[in-house]
Write a protein that binds this ligand. Structure first.
Ligand code: ATP
Ligand code: MG
Length: 291
């Protein structure tokens, strides 16, 4: 393998994205000597190098090609506006960007923001959200402590990240409009395939692993004993179950069944199986799953 095919991934050095980003990489079977105090680290068993950065810098490093890929919140990608490819929505570090106003403010809808001042550290996302709604407001860019802006008379409203809403409440604010949803995404430098086919191949290898890990998270593996006469009904209950693995038990009329179940319907399936007389139901999570 050619050393220049080694891919560089930019991940957050320390913060809300760091641990989940590195766990995902580890779940992909990629080992590294983790020391996030250093800026760079090499993977031991995959042609990949880590760059540990502030999350704000990830889109630009990937755009510039300093890193080939990166893991960052979609909010940072859209706010910074660098043209990069979003390869996957990784689904973690979910949050929303919302408008909040003081508890005493009457708010009937987004049009109430017309001509008002709004403090935010996400001026570009806010501008494009307001434009979609034909609202013209006065945007004040602040880099932190956005939620105190109304109290100190800096703005009528704020637009900021909300996950539980407790920070808003403790500042006498109420969330009135959710304008944007974000989660961690895997981004890639534009044109990587043409510029570095070797690196692109390694990114594709990584994607196969990421897909297998993400897919597995949505399924459970179940194993249970069942009176033989109910196997047809069980096949109907478990969606997408093409042909379960069935083994006869020593006790006549009983079989052992193994299959995978989508997490969305897992509890319903479990209840239905019990009603059909299933016994000794074992459930395990799946580590990796491919087609
Ligand atoms: P850095 O020092 O790397 O610049 P930061 O303080 O800007 O870190 P974090 O607070 O670690 O960033 O958040 C990183 C990302 O996590 C956000 O951009 C957002 O996508 C996501 N996120 C999820 N929930 C929240 C939340 N409650 N508050 C802030 N960010 C959140
Ligand atoms: Mg940051």
């Amino acid at each position: 393998m050619n050393g220049s095919d080694t891919i560089r991934i930019a991940v957050q050095k320390s913060g809300r994205l760091s641990e989940k980003s590195l766990t995902l990489i580890q779940d992909c079977g990629i080992d590294y000597s983790a020391d996030t105090r250093v800026l760079k680290a090499m993977a031991d068993n995959f042609p990949m190098e880590f760059l540990f950065l502030r999350d704000d810098d990830v889109p630009e490093y990937v755009y510039d090609g300093i890193a080939d890929i990166g893991i960052v919140g979609k909010n940072e990608v859209d706010e910074k506006g660098f043209s990069v490819e979003i390869l996957r929505d990784l689904g973690f570090s979910r949050c929303r960007l919302s408008v909040a106003v003081p508890n005493t403010t009457v708010y009937a809808g987004i049009e109430d923001l017309q001509g008002r001042s709004i403090a935010t550290s996400y001026p570009n996302i806010l501008t494009s959200c307001l434009k979609e709604q034909n609202v013209d407001a006065d945007i004040h860019v602040v880099s932190g402590s956005v939620e105190i802006a109304p109290t100190i008379g800096l703005a009528d409203a704020i637009f900021d990240i909300v996950s539980t809403g407790s920070t808003l409440i403790s500042n006498g604010l109420k969330e009135v409009d959710v304008l944007y949803h974000s989660s961690a995404v895997l981004i890639c430098r534009k044109d990587l395939e043409r510029l570095h086919p070797g690196k692109f191949r390694n990114v594709s290898r990584l994607l196969v692993r990421i897909d297998a890990v993400m897919r597995a998270k949505h399924y459970k593996y179940i194993l249970f004993n069942l009176p033989e006469e109910h196997i047809e009904e069980v096949s109907r209950i478990i969606p997408g179950m093409k042909s379960p693995t069935v083994t006869p038990l020593y006790t006549k009329g009983w079989i052992s069944v193994q299959t995978v179940v989508n997490e969305d319907v897992f509890w319903e399936v479990l209840e239905a199986l019990k009603e059909l007389g299933a016994q000794g139901i074992l459930v395990t999570s799946i580590e990796k799953m491919t087609d």
